[in-house]
Design a protein around this ligand. Structure first.
Ligand SMILES: [Zn+2]
Length: 107
């Protein structure tokens, strides 16, 4: 089987796990964290990168699922997004051009 196929499967799982992490965040924060951990493990094993849109959705330090206004503070300055985890205080900065030729496939 092609490696790309595994990555596709892995990506789908990662998205699903982040969805679950989001759903469980309020009632079961520990379980939520666990989902993020599993997603990160899958990402490593399948060598599938965490999609950019999810990169600001978890804390790189404590692996908590981050929701703006709940357990994280998100602010955007220009193209840079700052995400601060209220759990451990870790702040990460992501920035990338949007709306360019970033789509998958061919131009
Ligand atoms: Zn954290």
């Amino acid at each position: 089987m092609k490696h790309a196929k595994w990555q596709q499967i892995a990506l789908e799982r990662i998205y699903r796990l982040f969805e679950l992490a989001q759903q469980e965040l309020e009632k079961h924060p520990q379980r939520s964290k666990r989902y993020v951990n599993i997603a990160l493990e899958i990402s490593k094993k399948a060598r599938a990168r965490i999609p950019d849109e999810l990169k600001t959705s978890y804390c790189k330090s404590c692996h908590a699922y981050l929701a703006d206004g709940k357990n994280a503070d998100v602010k955007k300055i220009g193209r840079i997004t700052f995400v601060k985890c209220r759990g451990c205080g870790f702040e990460r900065k992501t920035g990338r051009k949007r709306g360019g030729s970033e789509k998958n496939g061919h131009n």
